[in-house]
Design a protein around this ligand. Structure first.
Ligand code: AMP
Length: 420
């Protein structure tokens, strides 16, 4: 049997990278005052259709949507923000305190064309801030992302930022863009021809060369910002500079979803080829209200966990191989039984211990100890059991000590912990 196309098993071989990233991220989130929230992976389709926007690639083409047995239309979540807002509104979290900072980590589902860095089930690390309109919410998220990547040892990353304006400044921009698209319609790709009528903003990040050429002098949202949006964006940029966060102001950064307002940002890398965005986010000041809540601003980001792991894998770093503290070589039934009991007690004390129950020879078991990269081996043969002693061997220095059987657990712990 084979796994579904675009889905992957994340195997124990490199799970340590996933765990390391998660540890660093959770620590930073906690230090910056974010609380974890866990959300379902299945939601009513309308949660995504209404928030992400009916005419976006995700909603039009990529969602896993199906009726359940009673005919309700359900969707495997393609992103976390919509569910986050649904939860914030449903539980009226704003009533006791509108200011909330959440993070969540989990799988998302999009039926895109699978390739390296793009999967149909992928993972995101997601953070959102509700209730803060000030530009410092924007800078704190970008700063946090930057810090996380720094702590993970990543260098080749660039933050791209843009401002998409608000309902006050969008109409003038949209008119200017539509005028241009109309005048260039013979030069656009078929997708952009469609986008012109459905979601014109998306034409600005089309990668097709003919669209790039036709739209090279396209108006950009930042040229149309109202005074308030202008000031907001200016503070974001100035603060990031003060905090030493490098960024590029990128007029073509429009992001794929309808709900963004003002600051939009993306962290890009050159080490992953076509799938260059490692994280993306932005402000969505209108979404809480659109989803039935009060008028509360919000902003968030999503890190592509799979891609972050892939960037980490390109680093020339030593692979953290799992090692074993102790391998018990037990020969004969009484020794195997004793070995099992010792190993459980040692495991309880934080000593990674394994025993082999297959009744193999000393030579075969020494080989296995090597294969498992055991730091120590405890040899309990028939002779040793009779004499009520065992041999503890340091596999690196080859030093051996004899330990009395009834002191195995304490003595082994002492020796192994002293040599850590
Ligand atoms: P988005 O929700 O589209 O802004 O995506 C946020 C981040 O998730 C992107 O920057 C990517 O790193 C990652 N991402 C999005 N789609 C996929 C996918 N199909 N496979 C792997 N990672 C993805």
């Amino acid at each position: 049997m084979q796994i579904i196309r675009g889905f992957r098993d994340i195997l124990p071989d490199n799970i340590w990278i996933w765990q390391k990233i998660e540890r660093e991220a959770v620590k930073l989130f906690k230090d910056f005052g974010f609380n974890e929230i866990r959300l379902p992976i299945l939601e009513k389709t309308e949660v995504f259709a209404r928030s992400i926007g009916e005419v976006t690639d995700i909603v039009e083409k990529e969602m896993y949507t199906f009726p359940d047995r009673k005919g309700d239309k359900l969707t495997l979540r393609p992103e976390a923000t919509a569910s986050m807002v649904r939860s914030y509104v449903q539980h009226k979290m704003y009533a006791s305190d509108p200011i909330r900072k959440f993070f969540t980590i989990g799988p998302m589902f999009r039926r895109e064309r699978p390739q390296k860095g793009r999967y149909r089930q992928f993972y995101q690390i997601d953070a959102e801030i509700f209730g803060i309109a000030a530009p410092y919410a924007d800078t704190s998220l970008i700063f946090l992302l930057n810090e996380l990547f720094k702590r993970l040892g990543l260098k080749d990353l660039t933050a791209h930022i843009n401002s998409l304006g608000c309902p006050d400044c969008r109409p003038d921009f949209q008119k200017a863009l539509l005028d241009l698209l109309e005048s260039k319609k013979d030069e656009l790709c078929v997708n952009c021809l469609r986008r012109k009528d459905t979601n014109p903003l998306r034409t600005l990040d089309c990668k097709a060369p003919q669209c790039r050429a036709a739209l090279k002098d396209a108006p950009s949202t930042i040229d149309f910002l109202c005074d308030e949006c202008k000031e907001h964006f200016a503070i974001v940029k100035k603060t990031l500079r003060q905090q030493g966060v490098e960024f590029i102001e990128d007029k073509t950064l429009v992001r794929g979803l309808d709900y963004y307002t003002r600051t939009a940002f993306e962290i890009q890398t050159r080490s992953l080829g076509a799938q260059s965005a490692v994280a993306g986010g932005g402000r969505y000041d209108l979404l809480v209200k659109e989803m039935g809540g009060p008028d509360i601003p919000a902003i968030g980001f999503a890190i592509g966990f799979d891609r972050l792991v892939e960037v980490m894998e390109t680093l020339d770093k030593k692979v953290e191989k799992e090692t074993l503290d102790l391998f018990i070589i037990a020969i004969g039934k009484p020794a195997v039984k004793a070995g099992y009991l010792w190993s459980t007690n040692l495991n309880l004390q934080g000593i990674r211990t394994e025993v082999d129950y297959r009744g193999k020879s000393l030579k075969a078991l020494m080989k296995r100890a090597d294969k498992l990269s055991a730091r120590y081996v405890l040899i309990a043969g028939e002779k040793e059991i009779k004499e009520k002693t065992c041999i503890l061997r340091n596999m690196e220095t080859r030093e051996q000590v004899v330990i009395e059987s009834d002191k195995i657990v304490q003595e082994t712990i002492k020796i192994i912990k002293n040599n850590n």
